[in-house]
Design a binder for this molecule. Structure first.
Ligand code: HEC
Length: 117
């Protein structure tokens, strides 16, 4: 059981770091197909594109802004779920009705560059 002491050690650290480690253990790669499916289902593409600004910022720009920031996936997942304002301009993003897990999947995919494969 290598995972138990590893997780206990992680739990002693910052919460966002812990969730990053545990989700990395559960799911080593970003599931791009699933992330795109979620984004399509929740009409994200009505306001967003990967490489250009529409109503909301281009997801490539979001990835660039948050690159290397600790807890970025958790922050973005919360903004996706609850909505956000004041980060990119005058127009706020309304809350989106998706699960925390789905928000996390899409956030990780956006941070990884919104790749299609
Ligand atoms: C009605 C239009 C609209 C929809 C639908 C929408 N967004 Fe947004 N989104 C925006 C706007 C506008 C912003 C910029 C908000 C701000 O300035 O803080 C934004 C910001 C974001 C950001 C950056 C947040 C940050 O903290 O910098 C992410 C990531 C994002 N949206 C993902 C999504 C995802 C995923 C979905 C679908 C579940 C979605 N958006 C649906 C309009 C939308």
């Amino acid at each position: 059981m290598i995972r138990i002491p590893y997780l206990v050690t992680s739990l002693a650290g910052a919460l966002c770091f812990t969730s990053a480690v545990t989700s990395a253990l559960a799911e080593p790669a970003v599931d791009a197909a699933r992330a795109r499916q979620i984004a399509t289902q929740h009409a994200c593409f009505g306001c967003h594109a990967v490489d250009k600004k529409l109503v909301g910022p281009a997801w490539r720009d979001v990835a660039a802004r948050y690159a290397g920031k600790p807890g970025a996936a958790a922050t973005l997942a919360a903004h996706i779920q609850n909505g956000s304002s004041g980060g990119w301009g005058a127009v706020p993003m309304p809350p989106n009705a998706l699960s925390a897990g789905d928000a996390q999947t899409v956030a990780q995919w956006i941070l990884a560059g919104s790749k299609t494969d």
